[in-house]
Design a protein around this ligand. Structure first.
Ligand SMILES: NC(=O)c1ccc[n+]([C@@H]2O[C@H](COP(=O)([O-])OP(=O)(O)OC[C@H]3O[C@@H](n4cnc5c(N)ncnc54)[C@H](OP(=O)(O)O)[C@@H]3O)[C@@H](O)[C@H]2O)c1
Length: 277
């Protein structure tokens, strides 16, 4: 099974690396980038054949010819034109796997009407094999192709099958959610430094605390129980948590998730309008 990556930057590259970490997939893998420098770096690092549009305007067409799975990793605003540019050379039944945020399957099908589309929403920890990849197949994607894709993505992280209508919410939770944890880490580092801790020690301490908390959560996916286990009545943790509650943290988080979900839905609408749907 030949696999093509059309646009292999931060996210496409993270998925490619994760997939390769799971073992060489059966068949050839071909990747494309815009610039020759990106293609050379990718090929040197991964050993995957990488073609650059800059060097060969037909690079995307060459890569997809014969591929059964085509990962589309270009920026959302380039997706329709990039797929339209390869539609006539896609192998019959080739599945388009789009990682583009805010481009719905109906919009993608306008560019590749004869091909099933699976939308995925990965997050950046995919680069280290600890991603979350929400996966929403359209009605034409066969159970076999979805199963093959799931097996391929498992080394990249947790694969979560969802309805396409839930992708905006999953985008807000796991796609953008990574940044919420980073934001809390940033504030912890700032608070530590303001109170006199060396910045490097603060950064390392917060990173190790986050890693430890993440590992406990991975073992026991029950954050409330883990929180209770570190909170003694009248103790230091209780003092901090009472302060968070008094400041309305739960409402802040709920509104932040809503803002991200709304923005994702808005982007889908903008992209539908851009292709006249
Ligand atoms: N980054 C994230 O956290 C994240 C999370 C979820 C989903 N996504 C989605 O992932 C997609 C890619 O985002 P990214 O952050 O990975 O962007 P990126 O790092 O800029 O990667 C884009 C890739 O596309 C290549 N490219 C540009 N024009 C091309 C063309 N016409 N044909 C083939 N390749 C082309 C670029 O090559 P050069 O390097 O040579 O320019 C680069 O390899 C987006 O649709 C985004 O919505 C990203």
């Amino acid at each position: 099974m030949t696999i093509a990556f059309i646009g292999t930057g931060n996210m496409g590259g993270a998925l490619l690396r994760g997939i390769l970490a799971g073992g060489q997939p059966p068949g050839e893998v071909i990747a494309t980038t815009r610039s020759a420098a990106s293609a050379e770096a990718l090929e040197a690092e991964t050993g995957v054949r990488a073609l650059a549009l800059e060097a060969d305007p037909d690079a995307n067409r060459t890569a997809v010819a014969g591929a059964k799975l085509v990962f589309a990793g270009v920026k959302p605003w380039l997706l329709s034109e990039t797929l339209a540019g390869v539609a006539d050379v896609l192998a019959p039944g080739a599945v388009i796997v789009s990682m583009a945020a805010g481009v719905d399957s109906g919009t993608i099908r306008r560019a590749v009407p004869d091909h099933p589309v699976v939308r995925i929403m990965p997050n950046t920890p995919s680069a280290v094999g600890h991603g979350v990849i929400s996966l929403a197949p359209d009605a034409d994607a066969s159970a076999e192709s979805v199963a093959a894709l799931t097996v391929l993505l498992e080394p990249v992280g947790l694969v979560v099958p969802v309805e396409e209508a839930q992708l905006p919410l999953l985008t807000a939770i796991s796609g953008s959610g990574v940044a919420y944890f980073f934001l809390l880490a940033e504030h912890l580092v700032t608070a530590a430094v303001e109170r006199g801790l060396d910045p490097e020690v603060a950064a390392r301490t917060v990173a190790a605390t986050a890693e430890g908390a993440g590992r406990l959560l991975a073992d026991t996916p029950d954050p409330a129980a883990l929180r209770r286990a570190v909170t003694s009545k009248g103790g230091t943790t209780a003092a901090a948590l009472d302060s968070f509650a008094a400041e309305g943290l739960s409402g802040l988080v709920a509104r932040a998730v809503q803002a991200a979900e709304d923005r994702s839905l808005e982007m889908e609408e903008e992209n539908r309008a851009a292709v006249g749907r």
